[in-house]
Structure formats: structure tokens, C-alpha cells
Design a protein around this ligand. Structure first.
Ligand code: ADP
Ligand code: MG
Length: 340
């Protein structure tokens, strides 16, 4: 189902992620393993002193957990619960697991908070855009306008009691690409803590949870420069999730214009108010979805939302080079980044 590798990322491949672990964090880790899951490289790093047999067993369980969540919630796997909900759109109510109901409910909470900037029914646009570098695809305007009518989180019916999901119109579809990875990170964190592991990183392709510390001090994470190689800033983190949504993760260029994978659902076009949004929060499931919401909302409306949420911080890189951050974030950050 997946291959588990010894962690072997070079400095340059680490930089390819939106968030990178400070290199000293990686080299001082006792055990690290990587597997390709949920369309990305999932890495688990443990710095507790545990016997190898235990670490092998725990790593196996942790990656199996991510694979299990992917098999329930991926909109790309035809047998997932989400794919079944999508096939039943406008026809049937679908019985799903309590977990899928919970993740879709969390998604809807963020949709309401952001007035639809984050909307799991964005997937009603599926197939119109492709951000694959070898096969980029730009939608026809008329097609986009027709399909946008099916994007509306208020037309998603969820019953926690009955454990059902129903999309009220044919053609609607759910996509959990901006939230399911966060849920998987939270589940792995819980699994490791249940086993008594205290010091670890769960990294889902640059979205991560950092627990405790490494051997010689705090874990450090860096936010990469969105337009150049290298890091823009680096800071310590402990017992928090940190997630970045950036316009440089999946994109193609046509002339001078960048088309990327975070969609402003008012227009159906890539969101333009942000270049990168980093969120720090207790839960990765929340950080993941709110990062996408804030990206679409942009620095002004996005920060207004974040300031209302206790325990949640944001760092937003705006297209004009300004760096915005929440007032409770006590870090020495630069005011600007250089867009060229
Ligand atoms: P990444 O997956 O690169 O970390 P995000 O968490 O921001 O980035 O998720 C982007 C993904 O979310 C897209 O690839 C797509 O699957 C989905 N998506 C795009 N636009 C929206 C949106 N406005 N609301 C909800 N999901 C979205
Ligand atoms: Mg994300």
C-alpha cells in the first residue's frame, strides 16, 4: 500500500516544502521514517529514547493510520467514503464513518467562519483545473460559471446522529484536500502520545505537528521564501501544529501569470490576495483548513478572523511584499519579503 523509507531528505529537497524543519532538527532526531501517502511525503521523527523494536512497530502503526484515513477520505480513491458521497450527490443519503462525519463537520465550521472562502464543495469544479506541470489545464469561462453554481457548503447536509452526508444537488462533490491531511496528522499525534512518546514531529509534506523537543533543545521550523530558494524565517515550536498554504506549492505559469491550486470560489480562479499563509494552532485539522480560508480571504479579512480565535496565530505574506501576523504571535519577524 505504501513504502516506508529511512528519512533521507537532502537539504535541497527539504527546501522544496513550504515549511521546513530546521536542519539541525532532522540530524539530531533518533529515528525518522518517510512514506508517500495522501499525495505527499509523510515523515515521522521521534527523538524519545525507545528500543528499535518499539519504534519499528510504532512507525508501522502510524503510517497504517494515515493510509486508513486516506482510504476513507480521499476524493481520488474510487472506494473511499467521500467518493461514494460524491457519486450519490442529488440522489441518496450516504452512511459513513463517525470520523468522516466529524471531518466534514469541522470543514463546515470553517466554511461558516470564513463565509465560504473555504468550502469542501469546491470539488464540484473537479476536472476543470489541472495544476500538473506536464499537463496544466485552464477552464473555459462558461464551464466555470456553470459549475460554480454547485459550489455551496450550505447545500451539504450532515447528520452526526445518523452518521450520514448528503449533497443536495447532482453534480456537487466534496474534496477534503485542504483538511484531511491535518486530521491525519492529529491522529498520528494522538497515536504516538497514547504509546507514551513525547518528543516527535509528524510532518505531512510540510504541514506538521511538533511535540516536545529534540535532544538538544526546541524543534525549529522555517517558512521558505515563496519566490526564491532558501528560508524567509525560522523559529522554535513546541506542542503546536504549524501549516502553510502557498501559491508556490502546486502551480503553472502562463506568461507572467501564476495559476495555483487554492481557488477563490467567488470567481473560480486562483486566489490572489495572499502568497503564503502559515497558521499555528493546537490542532492540525483546524490549522490546515483555516490556512486555506485565510489564504483566500487575504491579509485584512484573514487576520480579522484569526484575531477572534484564541490560541491561533497567522503569518501572511502578501503579494505587495508585506508580512502580516497576528498580534499574539511573539516572534521577531521581518516586516517585508522581497517579491522578486
Ligand atoms: P496543500 O494541500 O498544498 O497544503 P492547502 O491545504 O491550502 O494546500 O489545500 C489546497 C487544496 O485544497 C487544493 O489542492 C484543493 O484540493 C483544495 N482547495 C482549493 N481551494 C479550496 C477552497 N477554496 N476551499 C476548500 N478547499 C480548497
Ligand atoms: Mg493545507
Amino acid at each position: 500500500m505504501y513504502r516506508m523509507n529511512q528519512y533521507a531528505a537532502s537539504a535541497s529537497s527539504l527546501i522544496a516544502l513550504s515549511l521546513v524543519l530546521g536542519l539541525s532538527s532532522v540530524s539530531l532526531a533518533k529515528i525518522s521514517r518517510q512514506a508517500h501517502l495522501m499525495g505527499t511525503a509523510f515523515t515521522i521523527i521521534i527523538s524519545d529514547d525507545i528500543p528499535e523494536s518499539q519504534s519499528v512497530q510504532i512507525m508501522g502503526q502510524a503510517f497504517a493510520e494515515v493510509a486508513r484515513i486516506e482510504s476513507l477520505m480521499s476524493e481520488w480513491l474510487p472506494d473511499s467514503e467521500i467518493s461514494l458521497v460524491n457519486r450519490n450527490a442529488g440522489r441518496l443519503v450516504t452512511k459513513v464513518s463517525a470520523e468522516t462525519v466529524a471531518v466534514v463537520s469541522s470543514a463546515l465550521t470553517v466554511s461558516r467562519m470564513s463565509k465560504g472562502a473555504f468550502d469542501p464543495s469546491w470539488a464540484s469544479l473537479r476536472g476543470l483545473w489541472s495544476f500538473k506541470l506536464d499537463k496544466p489545464k485552464l477552464p473555459k469561462r462558461s464551464e466555470l460559471l456553470t459549475r460554480l453554481k454547485s459550489v455551496d457548503y450550505q447545500k451539504i447536509r450532515v447528520s452526526k446522529k445518523d452518521r450520514t452526508i448528503y449533497l443536495t444537488e447532482p453534480g456537487m462533490a466534496l474534496g477534503l484536500g485542504a483538511i484531511a491531511k491535518g486530521y491525519a496528522i492529529d491522529r498520528v499525534k494522538a497515536l504516538l502520545r497514547d504509546q507514551g512518546i513525547e518528543n516527535f514531529i509528524v510532518d505531512g509534506g510540510g504541514d506538521l505537528y511538533a511535540s516536545g523537543q529534540k535532544i538538544d533543545g526546541p524543534w525549529t521550523v522555517g517558512i521558505r521564501h515563496p519566490r526564491q530558494a532558501g528560508l524567509l524565517m525560522e523559529f522554535p515550536i513546541q506542542d503546536r501544529a504549524i501549516v502553510t498554504s502557498g501559491d508556490y506549492e502546486r502551480f503553472f505559469m502562463l506568461g507572467a501569470r501564476r495559476y495555483h491550486h487554492i481557488i477563490d470560489l467567488k470567481t473560480g480562479m486562483p486566489a490572489e490576495r495572499s502568497v503564503s499563509v502559515t497558521i499555528l494552532a493546537d490542532d492540525a485539522v483546524f490549522a490546515d483548513s483555516i490556512a486555506t480560508a485565510v489564504f483566500v480571504l487575504g491579509p485584512v479579512d484573514g487576520l480579522q478572523l484569526i484575531e477572534k480565535l484564541p490560541g491561533v496565530d497567522a503569518i501572511i505574506l502578501a503579494p505587495d511584499g508585506r508580512i502580516y501576523h497576528s498580534t499574539s504571535l511573539k516572534l521577531n519577524l521581518p516586516d517585508r519579503w522581497s517579491p522578486i
